[in-house]
Design a protein. Structure first.
Length: 522
């Protein structure tokens, strides 16, 4: 469907308004139908028993890749509390037909990670304690007069009833402890107090990382040596050294497994919980290697920044991988590198802080000019919304570093991380429209596609003078439907379109999507 055929109230189709559907640029190297399907590999620790932490759960051996046909398969192989199980659930939710593999790491010596929280006081009124653990929330009724130990025991019982929870809960003498079922410094989930009752004091949750990482190198080596073709690999870690440093890190394993002569590419989709500028710079620099052309070494990477309130970052990364593969298999002739006009480097720059509404001009354009593809995901601490933004960089003609904002929102990714809850989708557009200061109309001689904010402003100053103004614009449109309809863009086969009923102005430079679960629960 050509966007010129979309009718928006008040605008002529000749205005070439932004399409009602959103488009996500997806894909990797050129492929033939014979090379499909594309394989996704999930690597992470298995789960161990609660009492001693010495008994491995599941029937699969470490460092032996297994084909995953269902979430039940993953549970049988590595135990229900393994991160691989939750990553598999995200991939299969995004793309039920995915060709999926998993491989567990052997554990190193040391301690498991945990989170502790103190419980004190006596309830002076009846109510409910609501806790968020990872991507779930738990409501625990509390009677007036209930002592701290009564409340703590009730919390433990409520959490313990969920076998799929990524931790073992235990309460004793005023302290609630959530113990990781695996070994390694990765925490993944977060404990959050969403609601409390009068008289009960819940201390700030205090995480303690495990002391020794899993033995990732052997798992990477085994997986790349056994699975015939790995197109996407998602590791259950956000530790930079595990991913990027040394001969046995993930980056080195991919480079050695996929020689340039194979003509194949492998993408590492990685989640990261450090949403500070320093954390972003560290991860980006580590993957970039000072400008290495990854198209020649056989791989590229995408870093998904996930604030730690709603989902483990590797689960978000797994959902993104599932969506990418779904798009690529629907269009095997894609040339992702060609579309980008150059090699793909790590796809994230310094992310927003939690209070930022939109990317600043400087951050956005630095990302575009560097050839990166920012993806921003945030689950609010109150479990109320997901914020996601995707921006793409293109080469226009033969001019290097030319940029334009092709698309900036992917409702399907929001849907993939909605944790199975039936949802309504609210879209909040943030940016500016270019209108006449006389009649409110957009100028006819603007470029065919809006470029960066600075370039638009420069165009206005140099060409339009005072006849036009940049008018601040924020709009919300409710779309009470599941985002399940997908179609391929007939004008650009590298794009999948996700349709939503709404109207948009003609010249918008940035769009931010807001996803809310019904009832505001996680």
């Amino acid at each position: 469907m050509n966007m010129s055929t979309i009718t928006v109230p008040g605008y002529s189709v000749s205005d070439r308004i932004p399409r009602v559907a959103f488009a996500l640029l997806l894909g990797q190297g050129s492929r033939t139908p014979a090379q499909s399907p594309l394989d996704i590999l999930l690597v992470g620790p298995r789960s161990y028993d609660e009492a001693t932490g010495l008994t491995p759960l599941g029937v699969a051996d470490d460092n032996e890749p297994q084909r995953i046909y269902s979430v039940d398969d993953a549970i049988d192989y590595w135990g229900q509390k393994s991160p691989i199980v939750r990553m598999a659930a995200r991939v299969l939710s995004s793309y039920p037909g995915a060709t999926l593999w998993g491989c567990s790491c052997a554990k190193g010596a040391g301690t498991r990670g945990s989170v502790t929280m103190t419980v004190a006081g006596t309830a002076t009124a009846a109510g409910s304690v609501i806790l968020g653990v990872g991507d779930k929330s738990f409501e625990i009724p509390v009677a007036s007069g209930a002592a701290a130990d009564t409340v703590g025991a009730a919390i433990e019982a409520a959490l313990d009833a969920d076998d799929a929870l990524p931790c073992y809960p235990d309460y004793a003498i005023g302290v609630l402890t959530l113990l990781n079922p695996w070994y390694g410094p990765e925490q993944g989930y977060e404990l959050a107090v969403l609601q409390n009752v009068a008289g009960i004091t819940l201390g700030s949750p205090t995480p303690a990382a495990g002391t020794v990482a899993c033995l990732w190198d052997a798992a990477f080596t085994a997986a790349f040596g056994s699975v015939p073709s790995i197109d996407y690999v998602v590791p259950a870690t956000d530790v930079v050294a595990t991913l990027t440093s040394g001969a046995t890190c993930l980056k080195a394993q991919i480079a050695s497994a996929l020689a340039p002569t194979t003509g194949l590419l492998c993408a590492a989709v990685v989640g990261n919980t450090d949403d500070t500028s320093a954390g972003a710079a560290t991860m980006t620099a580590a993957w970039d290697d000072g400008g290495t052309d990854y198209s020649e070494t056989g791989y590229w990477s995408q870093v998904v920044w996930a604030r730690n309130y709603g989902a483990e970052p590797w689960c978000v990364a797994a959902a993104v991988a599932g969506l990418r593969v779904q798009a690529e298999e629907s269009s095997p002739q894609l040339d992702w590198i060609g579309l980008q006009g150059g090699p793909i480097v790590p796809s994230m720059v310094a992310p927003w802080s939690a209070s930022d509404a939109v990317l600043s001009d400087s951050v956005l354009n630095a990302a575009l000019l560097a050839g990166v593809t920012p993806i921003r995901y945030e689950w609010d601490v109150e479990k109320s919304h997901v914020v996601l933004s995707i921006t793409a960089k293109h080469q226009i003609g033969s001019v290097a570093n030319a940029t334009m904002l092709e698309n900036t929102n992917v409702p399907a990714v929001c849907r993939a991380v909605s944790y199975g809850i039936r949802t309504s989708l609210a879209l909040a557009f943030s940016g500016f429209a270019i209108v006449s200061d006389v009649d409110g109309e957009a100028p006819d001689d603007l470029p065919s596609r809006t470029t960066s904010p600075q370039l638009v402003k420069e165009f206005l100053v140099a060409t339009m003078k005072t006849d036009y103004e940049v008018r601040a614009w924020v709009k919300k449109v409710e779309a009470h439907r599941d985002v399940t309809g997908v179609e391929q863009d007939s004008d650009n086969p590298s794009r999948l379109l996700y349709e939503l009923p709404m109207d948009v102005p003609r010249w918008v430079t940035q769009i931010v999507g807001v996803h809310r679960a019904l009832g505001g629960t996680g």
